[in-house]
Design a protein around this ligand. Structure first.
Ligand SMILES: Cc1ncc(COP(=O)(O)O)c(C=O)c1O
Length: 387
């Protein structure tokens, strides 16, 4: 492996040179079936023709204009994105999930400050959550292991255990809390969907106490679970939504969207980002929105996800303890160490992810075919049979 990068990642021993659909090819020419989509990023697979066309055509027109001006493509992308997210009125475009969540935290704090004055700045998040790697989004992340070595952290975050409505009720104190930031399905900590009753209670508490209900849909949004936003499945209306990863199909992007309550919180000079709304990302994002935000396409995601979950469950495999998730966001608890399964699958030509020490995570591209799903599951079964 190249020794030029800072040692932040535990990388598997492979270097890719080419991608096509749900396949990646390494330097010697071996092909791998991709059940990762770059951790929910390449939602249309590799080399999706309309995406390639949009990016290359935009690159030939112009890559970037600064935020003193607008570009036609960024306006079209933003309008389409706001329309795709029910109840949202305005968007701020950035470059990553962490940046989108930073924006959400700033919106919650300013919303509260403007309306209630100082002291009501806390943001409640869940234990096991993951919201990003900047100092503030690490502060928002409810996992102890991320709170080592980098302090002091941003003040004002409070963690509650998931699935505990009484604890949430206590934590959402309207005299000190500005917002609740929550993943509809906790991704990094094991593909853990929130319970309906919990989300119902969260929505009720937030509405009654004028606390912003903010969904971090960085991993589970953009159709991943079979609805454009994962929170749609709960039938509630968030005040703020953050998106990134799959939104531009592989070009860096992030978005924080706000509905009626918070759409006009940011005023001139409050926030900014040099690359935010970049025309290349916007051109790619338009293709993703045109393709994914379509009932037939979303239905396919649901069917493909059901196919995977049904197959995994039907094996009754002694190494599998639980299968869960929604759409093409699937977690599988196994009896052995997940990382060694990733290595074994890689050797057999299948790319999969982990989410915690004993959970495999599948986030395949939405464009994966049924035959490719069967092929990937066949490899996985072989790995589980004899790792
Ligand atoms: C739910 C969630 N929020 C935020 C992030 C951070 O996104 P990024 O790495 O683009 O900053 C991630 C990344 O995995 C995520 O899964």
């Amino acid at each position: 492996m190249a020794d030029v990068f800072m040692h932040t990642y535990h990388r598997l021993p492979v270097t890719f040179v080419k991608g096509e659909g749900a396949w990646l090819t390494d330097v010697p020419g071996k092909r791998y079936l991709d059940f990762t989509a770059g951790i929910a990023v390449n939602c249309l697979g590799h080399g999706y023709p309309a995406l390639v066309k949009a990016i290359t055509e935009q690159a030939a027109r112009f890559n970037h204009v600064c935020n003193y001006y607008q570009s036609d493509v960024s306006v079209a992308f933003a309008e389409r994105l706001v329309a795709a997210c029910a109840g949202m009125r305005k968007v701020f475009l950035g470059n990553s999930g962490a940046e989108a969540n930073e924006g959400a935290c700033k919106i919650a704090r300013k919303y509260s400050l403007k309306k209630y004055g100082p002291g009501r700045h806390r943001i409640v998040t869940l234990k096991g959550s993951f919201h990003g790697r900047t100092i503030t989004t690490l502060s928002a992340t409810g996992q102890e292991k991320f709170h080592r070595d980098f302090g002091p952290f941003t003040e004002g975050f409070l963690f509650v255990p998931p699935r505990d409505v009484a604890a949430l009720d206590r934590a959402l104190d309207p005299s000190s809390v500005a917002g609740l930031l929550i993943e509809a399905i906790q991704g990094e900590s094991g593909i853990l969907p929130q319970e309906q009753a919990y989300i119902d209670a969260a929505a009720r508490f937030c509405a009654e106490r004028d606390i912003l209900l903010m969904f971090d849909e960085v991993q589970c949004g953009v159709g991943r679970t079979g609805t454009f936003l994962a929170c749609e499945a709960y039938g509630i209306q968030p005040d703020v939504v953050t998106l990134a990863k799959g939104l531009s199909g592989g070009v860096p992007v992030g978005a924080v969207l706000a509905g009626e309550k918070a759409a006009d919180v940011f005023e001139t000079g409050d926030h900014g980002s040099t690359f935010g709304g970049n025309p290349l990302a916007a051109a790619a994002g338009l293709v993703v929105l045109q393709t994914v935000n379509n009932p037939l396409f979303l239905k396919e995601i649901v069917l493909k996800g059901e196919k995977i979950q049904t197959a995994l469950t039907s094996w009754n495999h002694p190494a599998i303890k639980d299968v869960r998730g929604r759409g093409l966001m699937i977690g599988v608890d196994i009896t052995t160490e997940a990382w060694s399964m990733l290595e074994a699958a890689l050797a057999k030509g299948l790319l999969i992810l982990s989410a915690g020490p004993n959970t495999l995570r599948f986030l395949p591209p939405y464009t994966i075919t049924d035959a490719e799903i069967d092929q990937g599951l066949g490899i996985l079964k072989g790995v589980l049979d004899s790792p």
